[in-house]
Design a protein around this ligand. Structure first.
Ligand code: RBV
Length: 426
């Protein structure tokens, strides 16, 4: 048999055996994506002849998504969605399995976009984005791809990316059908709350500190940050939450947290962790930096590296010492120190391995079924934002329950009619 030509640029092909082990570990914890759906895709080939490009964190979990799409018959291209989150061993294992990968850990901004371009040159029918960089680049630099009708539909994995596409759609600039997979219940109530929530361990391991007794500020109280606040409290930290949304602020208060403006937490916080999807959560100004407590740990778990004002902090610091892998000590002009995790990039992916396989199973189960849905329905899909159908969200929920051996009740006909009726009352 003639071996297929694989297009790729990765760090080190010799890491493939180590990457295979990582893939195997994740596969065993991803029964929905890597077993149930993959086995069906293998038989039915619903993605035959389709090219899918993913701009996703190149992790052992994403690798399993890529293999499931490949099992369904798709030609898969993959590039990283963050310069520091690529696991080079996983990239090597994927290339060996005929996935076209353009990603390596620590690529520059220019290289990052070069990798995206290489994937777009393959003229994908489906784009799966995480943060919006691939689909926005396609609109800006590949107009003929967008106007050709070759793109059947797209999917966005994360809150920050969905925010960008809502803005694009409102401005009339979104020219492809886009499914915000992040907003499905099987995604944001698990991956975001539990995955990002547990991601606070990256802040702990970044500096190997004890959380108990520390003052921890959590910026935001959405799906991700509320999970982070809960885990930090569970470890014995004294948690303050900052918010701009009145309802989320009230939810945090009634959950028992101190709620106050970020500026009021700076002088007391031992650790500040952000996951808001917004920029400059700590205002980018030296007068504000002077208020930070000596020895504070600064970490971001949101998609982009502008929640903590990384660039301005680097400019303000008189000395920057790399002290651990992906942790820097910043010494300020007044002699105080701050410890910046992961250069302000997603600490949960850079300092650990990303969200655990168990929750990514649901996110990527959705991405797999939505890829099939897009192929089946592409002739009727219109450009703009389209919600993930509820029955697909439910399907992933049922598959996960089945895989976990959990049974639940079913509505009786009488109950079904009651729930869908109005006449029965007092
Ligand atoms: N994320 N992926 C992983 N292990 O592959 N971990 C986290 C992984 C995704 C998650 O779905 C989140 O929405 C996004 O990364 C933020 O960029």
């Amino acid at each position: 048999m003639v071996r297929k030509i694989v297009n790729y640029k990765i760090a080190d092909e010799s890491l493939s055996a180590q990457g295979e082990e990582a893939l195997y570990i994740a596969q065993n914890k991803m029964p929905v994506t890597a077993e149930i759906i993959r086995e069906r895709f293998q038989k039915e080939k619903p993605l035959e002849g389709i090219t899918i490009a993913g701009c996703l964190h190149v992790t052992k979990e994403t690798a399993n998504l890529a293999l499931t799409l490949q099992a369904g018959g798709a030609e898969v291209y993959l590039c990283g969605s963050n310069p520091l989150s690529t696991q080079d061993d996983v990239a090597a294992a994927l290339v060996k399995r005929d996935i076209n990968v353009f990603a390596w850990h620590g690529n520059t901004t220019e290289e990052f976009y070069w990798c995206i371009n290489e994937c777009l040159k393959a003229e994908p029918n489906i784009m799966i984005d995480d943060g919006g960089d691939m689909i926005v680049t396609a609109h800006k630099d590949f107009p003929e791809l967008i106007s050709s009708g070759k793109v059947y539909g797209c999917q966005e994995e994360t809150t920050t990316g969905v925010k960008r596409f809502i803005a694009m759609d409102r401005q009339g600039k979104l020219s492809v059908p886009l499914f915000p997979v992040n907003d499905a219940r099987c995604k944001n109530q698990f991956d975001n709350e539990l995955g990002t929530g547990q991601g606070i361990i990256s802040a702990i391991y970044g500096m190997h500190i004890l959380f108990a007794g520390k003052n921890v500020t959590i910026a935001g109280y959405g799906h991700c940050s509320s999970g982070m606040a809960l885990r930090a409290r569970g470890l014995g930290a004294n948690v303050s939450v900052t918010e701009v949304d009145p309802i989320k602020a009230l939810k945090a208060r009634f959950a028992g947290y101190t709620v106050k403006p970020i500026l009021e937490t700076l002088s007391e916080a031992d650790v500040i962790l952000t996951a808001t999807g917004c920029k400059h959560v700590i205002p980018p100004n030296p007068e504000v930096f002077k208020k930070l407590k000596d020895g504070v740990i600064l970490g971001n778990l949101g998609h982009f590296d502008i929640e903590i004002p990384t660039k301005e902090l680097y400019e303000y610091a008189k000395e920057i010492n790399p002290i651990r892998k992906n942790v820097e000590e910043l010494i300020f002009p007044d002699g105080k120190r701050a410890y910046l995790l992961a250069k302000g990039r997603l600490a949960n992916l850079v300092l650990s391995e990303g969200h655990p396989s168990e929750v990514m199973d649901m996110s990527f189960g959705l991405q797999s079924l939505m890829s099939e849905y897009i192929v089946q329905n592409h002739t009727t899909l219109k450009p703009g934002m389209i919600d993930v159908p509820k029955d697909i969200d439910d399907k992933v929920g049922y598959l996960k329950l089945e895989a976990m051996g959990i049974k639940i009740d079913e509505l009786t006909e009488e109950q079904y009619n009651y729930i869908h009726g109005f006449e029965e009352g007092t």
